[in-house]
Write a protein that binds this ligand. Structure first.
Ligand code: SF4
Length: 231
């Protein structure tokens, strides 16, 4: 997706009719029963952090709980990866680092994605490849359904979902613009070949450099995959 496409997607999110989304929220009637499933690797392999989430986590718990979000966006010709933001670290079993087994260690300060889950509003291809809005994740797989949801909660949820989804795209837009500027300034280019080569080395346990887009600039991180049973 280029910068123009992202700006159009942000407009689409805000022009998605409020009354349609509120009807969906009301029909689903989701209520969290604190089963904790969405905090485990069964549901999510990472919790992506918008910049304000990452800053809040740093302030309340420390930087050591952050990692570059997985699935790096690109790699330059010198073998350095780039990604649009941080994620929360996971435990060795893949569960969120803040999941205690019965709840969230930092529930009040939890990331924005955790607050809106299972609601979402972004477009994805359906089984036939048609791009459509997806509104709910993990329907009927966790929590309680068909509860009465007040007008106030519906409206707050709608606002939080639109703010999160557009915030994610704005972060992506900032990332794309900064990549363009940074690559030009440093005479770098995107290299798929280097991406694959460095990723193979990373899978074998070699440390790699990942430049994480955070607060408008790249922050260099050096990470290595933990190899449990090296061949
Ligand atoms: S931050 Fe808290 S609410 Fe979010 S996935 Fe982790 S444990 Fe669950």
């Amino acid at each position: 997706m280029n910068a123009v496409d992202i700006e159009k997607e942000i407009e689409r999110i805000y022009s998605f009719p409020d009354e349609v989304y509120i009807k969906i929220i009301r029909e689903v009637g989701f209520e969290c029963d604190f089963c904790g499933k969405c905090c485990t690797s069964k549901f999510n392999d990472h919790v992506f952090l918008l910049d304000d989430d990452a800053q809040r986590i740093i302030e309340i718990a420390g930087r050591k709980f952050l990692r570059p979000a997985p699935y790096f966006d690109l790699c330059d010709n010198l073998g350095r990866f780039y990604v649009m933001g941080y994620a929360l670290k996971t435990k060795s079993n893949g569960d969120c680092i803040f999941y205690t087994g019965t709840g969230c260690e930092h529930y009040e300060a939890r990331p924005r994605i955790c607050k809106i889950y299972p609601y979402m509003l972004h477009r994805e291809p359906d089984e036939e490849g048609n791009i459509e809005f997806r509104q709910i994740s993990g329907l009927d797989l966790h929590g309680l359904y068909h509860n009465e949801i007040s007008e106030k909660i519906c409206e707050e949820t709608l606002k939080s979902v639109k703010d999160y989804e557009s915030g994610f795209l704005r972060q992506k837009l900032g990332f794309i613009k900064e990549i363009e500027r940074y690559f030009k300034e440093n005479d770098l280019r995107n290299s798929k070949q280097m991406y694959d080569r460095m990723m193979r080395q990373y899978q074998k346990g070699k440390a790699i450099e990942v430049y994480v887009f955070f607060q408008g600039r790249f922050k260099k991180e050096v990470i290595a995959k933990q190899i449990i049973n090296p061949e």
